[in-house]
Write a protein that binds this ligand. Sequence first.
Ligand SMILES: *Cc1c(COP(=O)(O)O)cnc(C)c1O
Ligand SMILES: [Zn+2]
Length: 446
Amino acid sequence: MTDNPFKKCINPSCNLVYDIDNTTHTCKCGSFLDVVYPSSPSRELTEIFSIRRNPKGNIFNESGVWRFRELINFAGIDTEDFQQCSKVLVSMDGSEGRQSKPYKMSKVSEYANMDPECMFLQPEGYNPSGSFKDNGMTTAVTHAKMLKIYRLICASTGNTSASAAMYAANENMECEVFVPKGEIAPGKLGQAFQFGAQVVQIDGDFDDALSHSLKVANESGGYTVNSINPFRIEGQKTIIYRALEYLDWHPPDWIVYPGGALGNTSSCGKALMELVNWGWIKKVPRLLVINAIGANTFYELTNGLYDGRKLEWNDGKPDIELIRDYYYERDRKGIKAKTKATAIQIGKPANIVKALRAIEFTKGMVIEVSDEEMSDGMAVVGLNGFDCEMASGAVPAGIRKLRKEGVIRRDDIVIGILTGKQKDPNLSISYHMDSGNKFANPPMTK
Ligand SMILES: *Cc1c(COP(=O)(O)O)cnc(C)c1O
Ligand SMILES: [Zn+2]
């Protein structure tokens, strides 16, 4: 085996490997692929990452993604050579991941009944396109550029298309986005238009939009930037690096995400597995994934709520039949995912198998919360002066729920990821207009 990165099937009983320089996302066996680096980076790099926080005019130091470039060096470049970085790496002038780090938010910890010194939220909405998606888009678009493919394609509940369209515009690429008609926040749709993408509205849900976009990418040779693309996952690992760096690389007890297509869940799992393998960390934080009640496939399957069978990683041999039966039954009954948190309104989470691996590795948990709980979560984040959308509100809501159940302790160290900024102001306005809501602050009329 050479020293070059490669792609490898995640199914341990298959283990087929593939070169980096193609758009294959799935293995011949039907499973997904990881990007794999043959050598273990030295822990002394943490010093360099820290020094780079004074960027000295280098946008790849300024970027909260590329600052960690040795840990995601699928391009195999000399990471100290600025000229080479500029030629290969795609960046919005260093702005992706630059402002996101954990913050203490006293009102949110009070709401969740957590020790205010122990709970942190990391606002990934403070990325150039307003969501965590930029972390993975900057790496995926870098890979597209390496392959000399200048046409990006994705399906999206809104933020993937906003991010893809932004990078495409900045890199002078074409971009085609497939969105479920009427089911995406106006601010996100507006961004896709604004950044010059071709919007294709699908009369169906996100799952329909995804199969459509994959077909078009396949037929037309476009580059898919959905999270089934393993290079998206590589960039999103840096969300974890920034959180850990803030804690001096002492792992927290919990890391909490909302669950949609489960790309974030997968990237968190991969980041932690690698850090353990490299000997950088010993303790593994528990991953907590929060579904919306109206889009709770992962919750139902992992908790055995469909027909008693529990979906587990099972050494890389999860019960695929169970997933198939579940989807078949949903389609037969015409059940569609339904939640006002449209970013996680997904019935068939594409990364479900990688996410199972992450849950297994971290002894994680999957729970569900209601639209009302997510709205409260979103509102209380606002009261700390931070902005997030309803799907991100699932994070404080979920932490609160597990505090009530006594699973999370008051002095556990918890890092919650606020995935995106509010792009549907009408949700905030209608929340505060209704004095029945927990944190409502209705207007006065004079
Ligand atoms: C995409 C998105 C999610 C879902 O993330 P997955 O990685 O698909 O699970 C959650 N919140 C926001 C704001 C998003 O844009
Ligand atoms: Zn395989």
